[in-house]
Design a protein around this ligand. Sequence first.
Ligand SMILES: [Cu+2]
Length: 288
Amino acid sequence: MERRNVGRSLRTPGRIAAASIAASATLLLSGCSKDTADQWARWGMPVAASDRAPHIGNLWNGAWIASMVIGVFVWGLIGWVIFRYRRKHEGETPRQNRYNLPLEILYTIVPVLIISVLFFFTVQAQDAVGKKADGPVHTVNVIGQKWSWTFNYMEDANSSIGATVHEVGTLEKIPDLYLPVGEPVRFNLYSADVDHSFWIPEFYYKLDVLPGHPNSFDVTPTRVGTYLGKCAELCGTYHSAMLFNVHIVSVDEYNAKIKELASKGQTGEIKPPSFSATGPLYDSKKEG
Ligand SMILES: [Cu+2]
Protein backbone atom coordinates (compact mmCIF):
# COMPACT_ATOMS: atom_id res chain seq x y z
CA MET A 1 0.00 0.00 0.00
CA GLU A 2 2.70 2.38 1.08
CA ARG A 3 4.80 1.41 -1.98
CA ARG A 4 1.95 2.20 -4.34
CA ASN A 5 1.55 5.67 -2.82
CA VAL A 6 5.26 6.37 -3.33
CA GLY A 7 4.97 5.20 -6.94
CA ARG A 8 1.99 7.44 -7.58
CA SER A 9 3.63 10.50 -6.01
CA LEU A 10 6.65 9.95 -8.27
CA ARG A 11 4.53 9.43 -11.36
CA THR A 12 2.52 12.62 -10.94
CA PRO A 13 5.48 15.08 -11.05
CA GLY A 14 6.84 13.06 -13.97
CA ARG A 15 3.57 13.51 -15.85
CA ILE A 16 3.44 17.21 -15.00
CA ALA A 17 7.01 17.62 -16.32
CA ALA A 18 6.20 15.71 -19.52
CA ALA A 19 3.00 17.72 -20.04
CA SER A 20 4.77 21.05 -19.51
CA ILE A 21 7.60 20.08 -21.90
CA ALA A 22 4.99 19.11 -24.53
CA ALA A 23 3.05 22.34 -23.91
CA SER A 24 6.15 24.56 -24.18
CA ALA A 25 7.31 22.73 -27.32
CA THR A 26 3.88 23.23 -28.94
CA LEU A 27 3.91 26.90 -27.92
CA LEU A 28 7.46 27.36 -29.23
CA LEU A 29 6.77 25.65 -32.54
CA SER A 30 3.40 27.31 -33.12
CA GLY A 31 5.07 30.70 -32.41
CA CYS A 32 7.62 29.99 -35.14
CA SER A 33 7.05 31.96 -38.30
CA LYS A 34 8.34 30.51 -41.56
CA ASP A 35 11.30 32.92 -41.35
CA THR A 36 12.23 31.64 -37.90
CA ALA A 37 11.88 28.03 -39.04
CA ASP A 38 14.12 28.78 -42.06
CA GLN A 39 16.65 30.43 -39.78
CA TRP A 40 16.72 27.27 -37.65
CA ALA A 41 17.47 25.32 -40.84
CA ARG A 42 20.49 27.63 -41.38
CA TRP A 43 21.54 27.15 -37.72
CA GLY A 44 20.96 30.84 -36.98
CA MET A 45 22.61 32.37 -40.04
CA PRO A 46 20.87 35.16 -42.01
CA VAL A 47 19.84 34.55 -45.63
CA ALA A 48 23.02 34.61 -47.73
CA ALA A 49 23.55 37.56 -50.10
CA SER A 50 26.87 36.79 -51.79
CA ASP A 51 28.45 34.17 -54.04
CA ARG A 52 30.99 33.32 -51.30
CA ALA A 53 28.51 32.82 -48.47
CA PRO A 54 27.44 29.24 -49.39
CA HIS A 55 31.02 27.99 -48.75
CA ILE A 56 30.85 29.28 -45.16
CA GLY A 57 27.18 28.25 -44.84
CA ASN A 58 27.99 24.65 -45.79
CA LEU A 59 30.94 24.55 -43.39
CA TRP A 60 28.76 25.97 -40.61
CA ASN A 61 25.90 23.50 -41.23
CA GLY A 62 28.32 20.57 -41.62
CA ALA A 63 30.12 21.43 -38.38
CA TRP A 64 26.80 21.59 -36.50
CA ILE A 65 25.58 18.28 -37.93
CA ALA A 66 28.91 16.56 -37.12
CA SER A 67 28.85 18.03 -33.57
CA MET A 68 25.27 16.89 -33.03
CA VAL A 69 26.00 13.34 -34.26
CA ILE A 70 29.07 13.09 -32.01
CA GLY A 71 27.16 14.74 -29.15
CA VAL A 72 24.21 12.34 -29.34
CA PHE A 73 26.61 9.36 -29.53
CA VAL A 74 28.61 10.54 -26.47
CA TRP A 75 25.49 11.45 -24.44
CA GLY A 76 24.06 8.01 -25.32
CA LEU A 77 27.24 6.30 -24.12
CA ILE A 78 27.24 8.34 -20.90
CA GLY A 79 23.58 7.49 -20.26
CA TRP A 80 24.13 3.82 -21.05
CA VAL A 81 27.14 3.59 -18.72
CA ILE A 82 25.28 5.36 -15.90
CA PHE A 83 22.38 2.89 -16.04
CA ARG A 84 24.20 -0.26 -17.12
CA TYR A 85 26.95 0.01 -14.49
CA ARG A 86 25.05 1.69 -11.67
CA ARG A 87 25.71 0.38 -8.17
CA LYS A 88 23.32 -2.47 -7.45
CA HIS A 89 24.55 -3.46 -4.00
CA GLU A 90 25.75 -1.45 -0.99
CA GLY A 91 29.56 -1.12 -0.92
CA GLU A 92 29.99 -2.37 -4.50
CA THR A 93 32.50 -0.60 -6.77
CA PRO A 94 32.31 -1.03 -10.56
CA ARG A 95 35.32 -2.58 -12.27
CA GLN A 96 37.95 0.14 -12.84
CA ASN A 97 39.66 0.40 -16.20
CA ARG A 98 42.86 2.41 -15.77
CA TYR A 99 45.97 2.32 -17.98
CA ASN A 100 44.13 0.54 -20.76
CA LEU A 101 46.50 1.30 -23.63
CA PRO A 102 44.24 0.41 -26.60
CA LEU A 103 41.45 2.56 -25.11
CA GLU A 104 43.81 5.48 -24.53
CA ILE A 105 45.13 5.26 -28.10
CA LEU A 106 41.52 5.30 -29.31
CA TYR A 107 40.84 8.41 -27.17
CA THR A 108 43.76 10.12 -28.91
CA ILE A 109 43.14 8.99 -32.48
CA VAL A 110 39.40 9.71 -32.65
CA PRO A 111 39.65 13.45 -31.69
CA VAL A 112 42.62 13.87 -34.06
CA LEU A 113 40.50 12.36 -36.85
CA ILE A 114 37.55 14.65 -36.01
CA ILE A 115 39.79 17.75 -35.98
CA SER A 116 41.49 16.69 -39.24
CA VAL A 117 38.15 16.40 -41.06
CA LEU A 118 37.04 19.82 -39.73
CA PHE A 119 40.44 21.28 -40.66
CA PHE A 120 40.22 19.90 -44.21
CA PHE A 121 36.78 21.40 -44.86
CA THR A 122 37.76 24.68 -43.15
CA VAL A 123 40.81 25.14 -45.39
CA GLN A 124 38.70 24.29 -48.47
CA ALA A 125 36.06 26.89 -47.51
CA GLN A 126 38.73 29.46 -46.64
CA ASP A 127 40.41 29.06 -50.04
CA ALA A 128 37.08 29.36 -51.86
CA VAL A 129 36.05 32.46 -49.91
CA GLY A 130 39.43 34.19 -50.20
CA LYS A 131 39.81 33.52 -53.96
CA LYS A 132 40.23 36.69 -56.00
CA ALA A 133 37.65 37.26 -58.74
CA ASP A 134 39.07 37.36 -62.24
CA GLY A 135 39.04 41.02 -63.09
CA PRO A 136 36.72 42.64 -60.52
CA VAL A 137 34.35 45.05 -62.23
CA HIS A 138 34.10 47.43 -59.27
CA THR A 139 36.54 48.51 -56.58
CA VAL A 140 35.51 50.07 -53.29
CA ASN A 141 38.25 51.48 -51.08
CA VAL A 142 36.94 51.42 -47.52
CA ILE A 143 38.39 53.40 -44.62
CA GLY A 144 37.47 52.54 -41.05
CA GLN A 145 37.78 55.58 -38.81
CA LYS A 146 36.74 56.22 -35.22
CA TRP A 147 33.71 55.79 -35.39
CA SER A 148 32.32 55.39 -38.86
CA TRP A 149 33.24 54.38 -42.40
CA THR A 150 34.30 56.09 -45.62
CA PHE A 151 33.54 54.48 -48.96
CA ASN A 152 35.45 55.39 -52.13
CA TYR A 153 33.90 54.05 -55.32
CA MET A 154 36.82 53.77 -57.75
CA GLU A 155 34.73 54.16 -60.89
CA ASP A 156 37.10 56.10 -63.19
CA ALA A 157 37.06 53.25 -65.69
CA ASN A 158 33.27 52.82 -65.51
CA SER A 159 32.00 54.49 -68.70
CA SER A 160 28.63 55.38 -67.18
CA ILE A 161 30.26 57.18 -64.19
CA GLY A 162 33.86 58.00 -65.11
CA ALA A 163 34.97 59.30 -61.71
CA THR A 164 36.00 58.26 -58.23
CA VAL A 165 33.23 59.13 -55.82
CA HIS A 166 33.18 59.04 -52.04
CA GLU A 167 30.89 59.08 -49.05
CA VAL A 168 32.08 59.82 -45.53
CA GLY A 169 30.04 58.52 -42.60
CA THR A 170 29.91 60.22 -39.22
CA LEU A 171 28.59 59.32 -35.77
CA GLU A 172 25.54 61.46 -36.56
CA LYS A 173 24.86 59.96 -39.98
CA ILE A 174 25.75 56.38 -40.77
CA PRO A 175 26.92 55.98 -44.38
CA ASP A 176 25.25 54.01 -47.17
CA LEU A 177 27.18 51.46 -49.20
CA TYR A 178 25.74 50.75 -52.65
CA LEU A 179 26.65 47.52 -54.43
CA PRO A 180 25.52 46.24 -57.83
CA VAL A 181 23.90 42.80 -57.83
CA GLY A 182 25.68 40.09 -59.84
CA GLU A 183 28.92 42.02 -60.45
CA PRO A 184 32.23 41.26 -58.69
CA VAL A 185 33.43 43.91 -56.26
CA ARG A 186 36.90 44.23 -54.74
CA PHE A 187 37.05 45.75 -51.28
CA ASN A 188 40.33 47.32 -50.19
CA LEU A 189 40.26 47.97 -46.46
CA TYR A 190 42.27 50.71 -44.72
CA SER A 191 42.19 52.03 -41.20
CA ALA A 192 42.65 55.67 -40.28
CA ASP A 193 43.47 54.93 -36.66
CA VAL A 194 42.92 51.66 -34.75
CA ASP A 195 41.92 48.08 -35.61
CA HIS A 196 38.39 47.75 -36.99
CA SER A 197 36.69 44.89 -38.80
CA PHE A 198 34.48 45.21 -41.86
CA TRP A 199 31.46 42.94 -41.52
CA ILE A 200 28.37 42.37 -43.64
CA PRO A 201 26.59 39.50 -41.84
CA GLU A 202 24.68 38.46 -45.02
CA PHE A 203 28.05 37.83 -46.74
CA TYR A 204 29.02 35.40 -43.91
CA TYR A 205 32.34 37.19 -43.91
CA LYS A 206 34.33 39.84 -42.10
CA LEU A 207 37.87 41.07 -42.51
CA ASP A 208 40.15 43.07 -40.22
CA VAL A 209 40.75 46.73 -41.05
CA LEU A 210 44.25 47.46 -39.74
CA PRO A 211 46.31 50.66 -39.67
CA GLY A 212 49.34 50.36 -41.96
CA HIS A 213 48.29 46.97 -43.28
CA PRO A 214 45.71 47.10 -46.10
CA ASN A 215 43.49 44.04 -46.50
CA SER A 216 41.40 43.09 -49.47
CA PHE A 217 38.69 40.64 -50.53
CA ASP A 218 36.45 40.03 -53.54
CA VAL A 219 32.76 39.22 -53.51
CA THR A 220 29.77 39.19 -55.86
CA PRO A 221 26.53 40.35 -54.20
CA THR A 222 23.71 38.00 -55.19
CA ARG A 223 20.55 39.19 -53.46
CA VAL A 224 18.89 42.59 -53.85
CA GLY A 225 18.00 44.11 -50.50
CA THR A 226 19.06 46.43 -47.68
CA TYR A 227 21.24 45.03 -44.93
CA LEU A 228 23.14 46.36 -41.93
CA GLY A 229 26.94 46.34 -41.96
CA LYS A 230 28.93 46.58 -38.75
CA CYS A 231 32.35 46.91 -37.20
CA ALA A 232 33.25 43.53 -35.68
CA GLU A 233 36.29 44.63 -33.67
CA LEU A 234 35.88 46.33 -30.30
CA CYS A 235 37.62 49.54 -31.36
CA GLY A 236 36.68 52.07 -28.68
CA THR A 237 33.93 54.04 -26.98
CA TYR A 238 31.53 54.28 -29.93
CA HIS A 239 32.36 50.94 -31.55
CA SER A 240 28.69 49.94 -31.41
CA ALA A 241 27.78 53.01 -33.50
CA MET A 242 30.06 51.94 -36.38
CA LEU A 243 27.18 50.82 -38.57
CA PHE A 244 26.51 51.25 -42.28
CA ASN A 245 23.60 50.48 -44.57
CA VAL A 246 24.32 48.05 -47.37
CA HIS A 247 22.09 48.47 -50.42
CA ILE A 248 22.40 45.71 -53.00
CA VAL A 249 20.69 47.15 -56.07
CA SER A 250 20.48 46.62 -59.83
CA VAL A 251 23.43 47.82 -61.92
CA ASP A 252 21.36 50.75 -63.27
CA GLU A 253 20.35 51.84 -59.78
CA TYR A 254 23.96 51.52 -58.66
CA ASN A 255 25.20 53.75 -61.49
CA ALA A 256 22.44 56.26 -60.77
CA LYS A 257 23.28 56.37 -57.03
CA ILE A 258 27.01 56.85 -57.64
CA LYS A 259 26.27 59.57 -60.21
CA GLU A 260 24.03 61.27 -57.65
CA LEU A 261 26.96 61.35 -55.18
CA ALA A 262 29.16 62.80 -57.94
CA SER A 263 26.58 65.49 -58.69
CA LYS A 264 26.71 66.50 -55.02
CA GLY A 265 30.41 67.17 -55.52
CA GLN A 266 31.65 64.10 -53.63
CA THR A 267 34.29 63.27 -56.22
CA GLY A 268 37.89 62.21 -55.67
CA GLU A 269 39.35 59.66 -53.33
CA ILE A 270 39.60 60.15 -49.58
CA LYS A 271 42.96 58.59 -48.73
CA PRO A 272 43.79 56.85 -45.47
CA PRO A 273 46.61 58.45 -43.48
CA SER A 274 50.08 57.05 -44.04
CA PHE A 275 51.39 55.14 -41.06
CA SER A 276 54.99 54.82 -42.24
CA ALA A 277 56.12 57.72 -40.07
CA THR A 278 54.50 56.58 -36.82
CA GLY A 279 57.11 54.05 -35.80
CA PRO A 280 58.21 50.51 -36.46
CA LEU A 281 54.86 48.95 -35.46
CA TYR A 282 53.11 50.53 -38.43
CA ASP A 283 56.04 50.71 -40.78
CA SER A 284 54.42 50.02 -44.13
CA LYS A 285 57.80 49.12 -45.68
CA LYS A 286 58.29 46.37 -43.09
CA GLU A 287 54.71 45.19 -43.21
CA GLY A 288 54.77 44.99 -47.02
CU1 LIG B 1 35.48 49.81 -35.31
